[in-house]
Design a protein around this ligand. Structure first.
Ligand SMILES: *[C@@H]1O[C@H](CO)[C@@H](O)[C@H](O)[C@H]1NC(C)=O
Ligand SMILES: *[C@@H]1O[C@H](CO)[C@@H](O)[C@H](O)[C@H]1NC(C)=O
Ligand SMILES: *[C@@H]1O[C@H](CO)[C@@H](O)[C@H](O)[C@H]1NC(C)=O
Ligand SMILES: *[C@@H]1O[C@H](CO)[C@@H](O)[C@H](O)[C@H]1NC(C)=O
Ligand SMILES: *[C@@H]1O[C@H](CO)[C@@H](O)[C@H](O)[C@H]1NC(C)=O
Length: 429
């Protein structure tokens, strides 16, 4: 039996909002109940079943961690204090450590008025501030400061979209706070669920979008008597058109995803069921999360590679998987994340599933890049594995879920703001 199931049983036992379990039980697997509620927490914290058990991922560990894909040539970055690298020496921006930096963040909860309640950690009672006093230091160079003015100049006249789940939303929210220090955008579109949004920066003619996608590919939630079951059919040969239809308009597409794969999934190719994740049905091929993630990202990147209507200058960035940091349990079993300072690299467990997730995503990106499209990696996984202190934890300000920790999303201000330093370094290059 899969080690994830105990967690799942627990969560379903505990949380039955809007779901009559007795009515449902006959339909269900004896060992598995269904969550139907796509409640506020799940929408905001799409990683309800983080894998906490150590898995033997030696194959992943042994993969070379360095590849030229995410290297930037040294002339692309401002080098301070340390001598500039020699001509052949390249700087991997994503490999380094967090070092003390007492200058503090570029914004506060008063200078940025758009911090969402769920990430406004200080407003919600967080007292420790040390987690703000660190900056990311690549091994061989410096990561350029985030400069909202320079950023807006680079993207003048362009359209940029963040495509993915609520962690992609977290990034766009952070970028908005950073940019609003220079220019306040107008919000020109927002759907009722905060899943698709568009902002416009008139002084720079810059359009910023959030395009929601749980899986990047087409997915249908199975309904049980009109109620969502939390079980999805994924169509591995079909793109999720809700984001894909916008691709031809874009100059920058920042793709990420991953937190919705930790659940029962049925994978279909055309009309054929090719397997399932966690379904435990003897007549269906059992696949694991890695297989599903790989198929989804392969389809998404293939779609981008083959996009004939896309602009020639389209730059696609894979923002790699953002790790969660639940300790001593999952989110629903008392797991928490109350650390107040970063880890060093030696404290990071690279056998955790987060790292495999990142590697799969990068492998699929590389496959697509061979087709000639401009696709690069914004590889935050390593840096963020070192930031167990960056999450809201219990300070996330949702009343009915009080007592649970959000160890998936990131406080604002906080280390999530560095994702935009990486972004700026990549688009400037
Ligand atoms: C769905 O509704 C029908 C008719 O009301 C009922 O017979 C059936 O048991 C319900 N199924 C579930 C899973 O609740
Ligand atoms: C900002 O955080 C402080 C606590 O540090 C809190 O008292 C205040 O209400 C917050 N302000 C806003 C606008 O969120
Ligand atoms: C697998 O077996 C179940 C139960 O016998 C059946 O309902 C289902 O249709 C089967 N699925 C496939 C793909 O054959
Ligand atoms: C998933 O399955 C593949 C084989 O299809 C295997 O190589 C990989 O290690 C598995 N991943 C996990 C996390 O079990
Ligand atoms: C974090 O929470 C755990 C469990 O509630 C507690 O034992 C520990 O002391 C806390 N650590 C900090 C730094 O608050």
């Amino acid at each position: 039996m899969n080690t994830l199931f105990p967690d799942k049983i627990n969560i379903y036992g505990k949380r039955e909002r809007g779901l009559n379990m007795n009515r449902l039980m006959p339909l269900l697997f004896s060992s598995l109940a269904i969550v139907s509620i796509f409640s506020f927490f799940l929408i905001n914290s799409p990683n309800p079943f983080p894998i906490t058990s150590k898995q033997d991922l030696n194959s992943v560990q042994n993969q070379p961690e360095d590849d030229n894909d995410h290297r930037l040539h040294s002339h692309a970055v401002q080098v301070k204090q340390i001598p500039p690298p020699t001509k052949d020496e390249e700087c991997d921006l994503f490999k380094g450590q967090w070092v003390p930096d007492l200058r503090g963040p570029l914004y506060t909860n008063s200078s940025c008025r758009s911090i969402p309640e769920s990430k406004n950690c200080f407003k919600n009672g967080r007292k420790d501030t040390d987690f703000l006093n660190w900056k990311w230091k690549p091994e061989k160079c410096e990561l350029p400061e985030f400069d909202p003015k320079a950023f807006l100049e680079i993207v003048r006249g362009k359209k940029m979209a963040f495509i993915g789940d609520s962690v992609a939303r977290n990034h766009v929210e952070s970028l908005l706070c950073l940019l609003s220090q220079e220019e306040l955008p107008e919000e020109i579109y927002k759907d009722s669920e905060d899943r698709f949004r568009t902002w416009y920066f008139p002084q720079h003619d810059f359009t910023l979008m959030k395009l929601w996608s749980k899986y990047l590919i087409a997915a249908d939630e199975r309904m049980v008597n009109g109620t969502g079951s939390g079980i999805f059919d994924l169509h591995i040969d079909k793109i999720d058109d809700e984001w894909a239809k916008h691709l031809p308009d874009l100059d920058y597409a920042i793709i990420s995803d991953g937190h919705w794969f930790f659940r029962v999934l049925y994978l279909l190719e055309g009309d054929n069921l090719i397997g399932c994740v966690y379904c435990n049905q003897p007549n269906i091929t059992g696949l694991n999360i890695s297989n599903a993630v790989r198929m989804a990202f392969r389809t998404a990147f293939k779609y981008i590679s083959n996009c004939k209507k896309c602009k020639g200058g389209l730059l696609t960035l894979l923002r790699t998987f953002a790790p969660a940091h639940f300790e001593n349990g999952a989110w629903n079993t008392g797991g928490h994340c109350n650390r107040t300072s970063p880890f060093g690299e030696a404290q990071v467990d690279f056998t955790k599933f987060d790292w495999e997730m990142r590697n799969i995503q990068i492998e699929e990106m590389k496959g697509a890049r061979k087709e000639g499209k401009n696709i690069r990696v914004l590889d935050i996984t390593r840096a963020m594995l070192m930031r167990p202190d960056g999450h809201p934890g219990i300070h996330w300000g949702n009343q009915w879920m009080k007592g649970y920790s959000d160890c998936v999303h990131w406080c604002m201000p906080g280390p999530v703001d560095y994702w935009s330093n990486f972004l700026m370094a990549l688009i400037r290059n």
